[in-house]
Design a protein around this ligand. Structure first.
Ligand code: PMP
Length: 984
């Protein structure tokens, strides 16, 4: 009977048997035997008396000593392959007699037994996510194996086994009856049909070779490097090696790379890219790759379903956990799309485009009239299912739909908002006719011969020479046509009901037409779709130039920049030398007018995500009901003031609601001056507090920067407590107190002139100065000195407040202080101008000299509804703790990147408020400002938005919406790593 913990293999050796065999045959003194999983072999991790570890393998009865020796030959080839860079495979340890494998009899059965070195690492299945680089390495390993095993001898005995990629239909047939779920059986059958269609056609010309054939996510190990990224450290288990189609090596890697991915084809494409760098892929190999990979997962799922049923073992259940959901996705994926994406990833050309289909009759006879009244620029944002109130309009094939939020159509990963096909929006019913002759295809998804009137209509069309048929797909049409009907040009197809959308798309295969049911695709898929679909504009009889995608074309980047230059003051600079023309936002993503998405790592204003549904709803419903100024009395302002002040320490319970951070700081300083009767204000060197005249004079970042004219006569600077660049560094435990001495010095300086400060204003963590966090004790010491001198302490929380720092809601909490006045803004309204000053009842009362304070827009009902929605989002979605977790993860990776890239001088911050300071020389700390800009530009080209900030413009600011997830953090770090690795 097997001991617990062993795999599915014929595990009838005890731990003692294994330890004895290791001692007798190999002279190894085993102190501990730990079971490892395995399909057929019994594998064990052995701890040896000398502290080292090795792996012991007891082979199944079906594996002969000859088979094992052959595997050892392959290991030898892989580890020593000339000129390829040895692959990280285990080394075989020789027996006391010099043999690589021994035979040993237990319970009357002889088995092959051998020992190999132990490789460090976690399996790819154990990693939460796989970076693009790791996926590419996976492909490169497959290519390396193909090349190094090209010279391998043929296997001894019978070649081939259950998992042979070319025999997937047979393997599936053996176990499919054990799969209880009818839907799963249907999906498997569909994939096996694709497999048969492609592999039967091409098998004869597929190059053959000896391959490892089991590069699954349990057989590949990765370790984390000093840069925080995982890279492949080991390839295990040559027990499935055989002589078969060479592409099988890649197909297995591709198959398992698609598990647990939000975009399986995007992950698989990275594997293909890595493989193609050193190994050619023939056209036939491209044709079979996806069906073989999908079929491999079917063999996996079916085999383990059956084995689990028959043996009751849990090993298979673990293997299948992620397999069925992926099979479900793949069965809905057009194989042509996968092939086009793989070719694209490998840089292989694409097969010829589809033939054009010239219409005889325009599909919508009075479309010209409809287009004449079309006003695509004015279409409002609509959600699926909502009707649009404006007139008809037409949306273009594979163009971004900037008017419709992609929110509802995506889950994780890259948003999908490229239209597949042309869309015609009908305000009143529109009759549609066939533009050319066609034949109504049966819908394989529907069992009944009668189509429901609203089901998608798929028509087959022949070209005149009959060479290349095409299939048109009509979604949103109400049609009584039945399968098999033959239609002439001009025959009625049906009508578009009032208020709905007709989508017409055109494909080169019926299968693609059937599976192309998602109305929107992502940018990453766009090129591949353009290969397997055709723009139906011409086919429908539309003049391609009239089919515009709305605002995006009318106000292209050039026109926007030109107009900005004409009508915008030049002092209002934009980000980037080559900016993107933004037309949309969703969560942590921004979209340009070409529909390209960018991961936004700098918008701390869009705190709860771009286009946040709750915020949008709160704003629009309040706007519909009531908006007015705050001299009127309405519930929203009272509720919000109560809720906001509840978020602050006791005593800070009176709020002034204003519109911008600058205004808040301006008011805070005015209050301090009036309450103390003094004028002088202490500011931290490098600080930025806003754009009004008063706060510009209080912002060293501006008055000492380009064009600056120096401080106001009432402004007194204190030394910047900067643990990276300043006099007292990270290692000085007393740095906070030492920096605060500068506050004492300025107070003494004022005293000498017979003056006392009105206030000390400090950002709780400095933003524009370059994400600078004060050393412990700084504010505590500074505040007590200022208070002793009769001044008030103002904390500027405009950048860092509202939970961004993760473990605390307000930045001043990190310093263990309670300010007299707190100012806040940016994230408060998630982009809606909203800011506040919060102080004590006593201070607020003594500010009331009789003079009215009135703010027209501050705290209006719409602002308050928005502010409340932002707080709801932070609380209900637990965004503060998400900021803590994601931030800690991101910081850890960035710190490791710092070990790898000399340019990174310092990584600092807390939660989702991080800074990466770039320097040319780590000793002189010469700021690498041009490099920081370059890195930002290059990262933007890769779809990631970061930007330089800081006194020297050399700190990459990272302060994304709090919706930013761990996957987003991984993507950002991978792209930063890649950009820093480039030669530029
Ligand atoms: N204080 C700080 C710390 C800021 O970073 C900013 C804006 N960058 C402001 C105040 C001014 O806020 P606003 O731009 O909303 O006026």
């Amino acid at each position: 009977m097997a001991e617990p913990g062993w795999g599915a293999g014929e595990a009838d050796w005890s731990s003692r048997d294994i330890a004895d065999a290791a001692m007798d045959g190999f002279g190894l003194d085993v102190v501990k035997v730990r079971p490892l999983g395995g399909e057929l072999d019994q594998n064990a991790l052995l701890d040896l008396a000398d502290g080292s570890r090795v792996v012991a393998k007891v082979s199944a009865t079906s594996t002969s000593v000859h088979d094992v020796r052959w595997q050892h030959d392959l290991l030898e080839l892989a580890s020593s392959s000339q000129g390829l860079g040895a692959l990280p495979v285990p080394r075989v340890i020789r027996s006391v007699d010099g043999a690589s494998v021994v035979e040993r009899v237990r319970h009357g059965i002889s088995r092959a037994f051998w020992i190999q070195t132990f490789l460090e690492g976690r399996t790819l299945a154990q990693l939460n996510s796989h970076s693009r680089t790791l996926l590419e390495q996976w492909g490169a390993i497959a290519a390396g194996l193909v090349r190094s095993l090209a010279a391998a001898p043929m296997p001894p005995g019978v070649n081939g086994h259950h998992w042979d990629g070319l025999k997937a239909p047979q393997a599936v047939a053996l176990g499919l009856a054990a799969v209880e779920d009818a839907q799963h059986r249907k999906e498997v059958n569909r994939i096996i049909d694709w497999f048969a269609g492609k592999v039967d056609t091409h098998e004869g010309v597929l190059p053959r070779s000896v391959v490892h054939h089991d590069l699954n996510d349990f057989n590949i190990l990765a370790t984390m490097g000093s840069d925080g990224a995982h890279s492949i450290s080991g390839v295990l288990d040559f027990a499935d090696a055989l002589h078969t189609a060479r592409i099988g090596e890649l197909a297995v890697a591709v198959a398992y790379s698609m598990l647990r991915k939000s975009d399986p084809l995007v992950a698989a494409s990275a594997v293909v890219r890595g493989y193609s760098r050193t190994q050619e892929i023939t056209d036939e190999e491209f044709a079979v790759l996806f069906p073989m990979a999908a079929a491999r997962l079917c063999v996996n799922a079916v085999t383990w379903t059956q084995r689990t049923l028959s043996s009751g073992q849990g090993y298979g259940r673990e293997r299948m956990m992620h397999t069925w959901p992926t099979i479900e996705r793949l069965a809905q994926t057009p194989p042509d799309l996968a092939e086009a994406m793989f070719r694209d990833a490998a840089g292989a050309g694409q097969p010829a485009q589809m033939a054009s289909m010239v219409p005889v009759t325009p599909a919508v006879p009075d479309l010209a009239r409809l287009l004449a009244v079309a006003r695509p620029d004015e279409c409002e944002v609509i959600e699926p299912g909502q009707t649009r109130s404006t007139d008809e309009a037409v949306g273009r094939h594979l163009a971004a739909d900037s008017r419709r939020s992609p929110r509802r159509t995506t889950e994780m990963g890259e948003p999908k908002n490229m239209r597949l096909g042309v869309e015609i929006f009908a305000a009143s019913p529109i009759d549609v006719v066939a533009p050319i002759r066609g034949f109504v295809e049966a819908d394989e998804a529907l069992a009944a011969p009668e189509r429901p009137m609203s089901a998608p209509l798929i028509l087959r069309h022949e070209t005149d020479d009959g060479s290349r048929p095409a299939w048109s797909r009509w979604d949103g049409l109400t049609s009584t046509l039945t399968a098999g009907a033959i239609i002439k040009a001009g025959d009625p197809l049906g009508f578009i009901p009032a208020g709905s959308v007709l989508r017409v798309s055109l494909y080169g295969s019926k299968l693609t037409a059937t599976l192309a049911s998602g109305a929107r695709v992502s940018c990453s898929e766009q090129r591949a779709w353009s290969v397997i679909s055709m723009d139906p504009a011409e086919f429908l009889g539309l003049d391609a130039t009239t089919v515009e995608s709305g605002a995006s074309t009318a106000w292209g980047l050039e026109r926007v920049i030109e107009t900005r230059e004409t009508h915008f003051a030049r002092s209002q600079r934009s980000y980037f030398t080559r900016p993107m023309n933004l037309v949309g936002g969703n969560g942590s993503w921004l979209m340009d007018d070409a529909g390209r998405w960018y991961l936004d790592a700098i918008n701390n204003v869009s705190h709860v995500g771009h286009g946040n549904a709750r915020v949008v709803e709160a704003a629009s419903s309040q706007m519909r009901r009531l908006n007015t100024n705050s001299r009127f009395v309405y519930p929203g302002i009272a509720q919000y003031a109560e809720r906001l002040t509840a978020r602050l320490p006791e005593g800070l319970d009176v709020a002034f609601l204003v519109c911008t951070g600058s205004e808040a700081n301006d008011l805070a300083v005015r209050i301090a001056r009036q309450v103390t009767g003094n004028a002088d204000v202490l500011v931290v060197d490098g600080a930025y507090h806003g754009n009004t005249s008063v706060v510009t004079g209080l912002s060293p970042n501006r008055y000492k920067g380009p064009g600056g004219t120096g401080p106001d006569p009432t402004t007194f600077e204190v030394e910047q407590p900067n643990p990276y660049r300043g006099r007292f560094g990270y290692s000085d435990p007393d740095a906070g107190r030492k920096y605060a001495a500068s506050v004492a010095a300025q107070i003494a300086n004022l005293k000498r002139r017979g003056r006392t400060p009105a206030a000390f204003i400090a950002e709780s963590a400095m933003g524009t100065a370059g994400s600078i966090f004060f050393p412990d004790g700084y504010l505590e010491n500074a505040f007590s000195m200022v208070r002793d001198a009769g001044g008030l302490c103002i904390a500027d929380e405009v950048q860092v407040g509202f939970g961004r720092l993760g473990d605390v809601f307000w930045g001043f909490e990190t310093q263990g202080v309670v300010p007299d006045i707190v100012t806040m803004g940016k994230p408060m309204g998630n982009g809606h101008p909203m800011a506040a000053v919060v102080t004590t009842r006593e201070i607020a009362d003594s500010f009331d000299s009789g003079m009215k304070y009135f703010n027209t827009f501050g705290g209006n009902p719409v602002s308050c509804a928005i502010g409340a929605a932002v707080l709801d989002e932070i609380e209900e979605r637990k965004l503060q703790s998400q900021a803590e977790l994601t931030g800690a993860h991101l910081k850890e990776i960035l710190v490791r990147l710092g070990h790898k890239h000399e340019l990174i001088g310092d990584v600092r911050g807390r939660g989702l408020y991080l800074g990466v300071e770039l320097v040319r020389n780590r000793s002189t700390k010469e700021p690498a400002d041009a490099e920081a800009l370059m890195v930002s530009e290059l990262m933007k080209d890769e779809g990631i938005i970061v930007y330089p900030t800081g006194t020297y413009n050399n700190v990459l600011k990272i302060k994304p919406p709090l919706t930013f997830g761990v996957d987003d953090a991984d993507l950002l770090a991978a792209v930063l790593d890649e950009v820093l690795t480039r030669d530029w």
